[in-house]
Design a protein around this ligand. Sequence first.
Ligand code: PEP
Length: 249
Amino acid sequence: MRRKLVIGNWKMNGSLAANSVLLRGIAEGHVEGNVDLAVCAPAPYLAQCQAALTGSPVAWGAQDVSAYAAGAYTGETAASMLQEFGCRYVIVGHSERRAYHHESNELVAQKALAALNAGLTPVVCVGETLEEREAGRTNVVVCAQLQAVLDVLENPALEKIVLAYEPVWAIGTGKTATPALAQEVHAALRKQVADRSATAAAQLQILYGGSMKPENAKDLMAQQDIDGGLIGGASLKAPDFLAIAKAGN
Ligand code: PEP
């Protein structure tokens, strides 16, 4: 049986003082069960996460990574640098990066590869806009986003990724996909991976993201193919984040 995984995406929020309270709250409040917990912090705070969470069961990670290993890429962060700060995860292809930084499916795939090459677990985000959903193109869009990643990964590497289905219309809007609607997309994504590797598909953790909160987390995570959550807003308050994690047990 797959373990559940709940990851907080702090986005561009936080301060040394606020993070210190949040990290302590999460580390002290997390009860280990069937749910693994992680936070993805802004890059400048990774050392703080490392100091606060080392020795705790809570992992940490970053929100983006360069597709390149090193060199003249001003402003970018290499996967090896994230690895030096103890990151286990890195989010790639978040819809905010796809939209505001024009990241293509191919670039996202290269970022996933760079992460894997440095021993990190990429959390590959896919999701459709409202316009795409209303046009009946949800599966076409998310499957194309996933396919770009499948195209660059060999089978053993494929077993090491995490996938997050995040409908763009649900992110930060308070609108959540119904459990049935999310399950339908998760099942389609798992089937796409199964067509390549049954082993990878069976162990692939597919997280749901988009206004997940304590009130809806249990029903979402009860779905057969929903293996946890990628949490934005609700990950900034320790009690809410911990309540979501608890809902996965
Ligand atoms: C996210 O940004 O990944 C996200 C899911 O945000 P929120 O939970 O705030 O909708």
